[in-house]
Design a protein around this ligand. Sequence first.
Ligand code: SF4
Ligand code: SF4
Length: 137
Amino acid sequence: MLLKLDPDKVRSEEITDVEAICADSVFKCYQCGKCSAACPAAPEMDMLPNQVIRYLQLGMFDKIMQSKTPWICASCLQCMTVCPKGVDLAKIMEAVRTVHLRKGEGVLDMNKCDEDYKKRAPQIALISGLRKFQSLS
Ligand code: SF4
Ligand code: SF4
């Protein structure tokens, strides 16, 4: 039986945000698996890179949020160099992390950190936190 994906039916709010942030469509991917075969971090992942895209295509963002894969991705771009469809998975992983953080889960709240940590926290972490919460508009 042929299963046909209708992007307009499965595109949830999170998937729309991911595509807006990375300025690309997750539906370009046709699941050849070359990205996962080339990914140097795949042995440490609990969900392969092509599976992340598949869950996005199915509108199952919650499934990805339970995985550590987007946080393990090293943005090395190896996957993009082998992808026959030119999918930039590093950008998609970053967009997934951003959408995840905007949900407010696992976010570092500086108001709750002790003074010692605030002095030691790298400034780049603060800048990064601000960028993640910038409005999409
Ligand atoms: S290599 Fe590209 S087309 Fe193939 S599964 Fe990965 S992202 Fe999809
Ligand atoms: S960018 Fe991420 S998903 Fe792509 S090969 Fe590197 S570690 Fe793997």
